[in-house]
Design a protein. Structure first.
Length: 111
């Protein structure tokens, strides 16, 4: 019986820590425009929950990707142009995912 306790306790501990990592708040004061996706992920200490949209534009030549970060209460869309953070905003209730048929390049207000 004691031999089963340690593995089960270890598994439960791992599951608990994995679940708690999704509850970490999204602190956008730690990010700024121009950061790479990897830098944003390191600053927020969490991975995005979803790739909301992605598109390649030819004029100008740019790849735009929208990643969703959430803390189970609030979600944010972070917009990356050529792997650099361009802007972000809080997702409002009922908001649909961006379609990226058009993207306002240079409008990097970060809000």
């Amino acid at each position: 019986m004691k031999t089963l306790f340690k593995p089960i306790a270890l598994i439960l501990t791992v599951i608990l820590f994995a679940a708690c990592s999704t509850l970490r708040k999204v602190d956008l004061t730690k990010v700024h425009t121009g950061m790479s996706k990897a830098e944003v992920q390191a600053a927020l200490q969490k991975k995005p929950v979803n790739i909301v949209a992605s598109r390649h534009f030819t004029n100008p030549d740019a790849d735009v990707e929208v990643l969703e970060y959430t803390d189970n209460v609030v979600s944010y869309y972070l917009y990356f142009v050529n792997n650099k953070l361009d802007k972000w905003h809080k997702v409002t209730q009922g908001e649909h995912a961006p379609t990226l048929t058009y993207y306002n390049f240079g409008d990097n207000n970060g809000y």
